[in-house]
Unconditional design. Sequence first.
Length: 117
Amino acid sequence: VQLQASGGGLVQAGGSLRLSCIRSGNIASINTMGWYRQAPGKERELAAAIRIRGGGSPIYADSVKGRFTISKDNAKNMVLLQMNSLKPEDTGVYYCNADSYWAESYWGKGTLVTVSS
């Protein structure tokens, strides 16, 4: 499985960015996809995740609830993360992640999000 992420950049506080992640390869094995982020000097943490097939609500970190929305477009093999009302503490490298039905985990290259105050 290969993951290609895009959409990071520099934005002022209160602004918005949208990240996208396209999956390819053995995509039939993928169960969930999500976005993790790593702020400078901190550990990587889950921001949002969604099941690729079937129901169930997406999950969000408490710090992004109400501001971030994760969605999927299975026709395009894509997962999107819409980030609104961005805060300086949202700054970090954002990584696309995919987990298979057999607990294999795949990672895309990170994309940098910088929110200026």
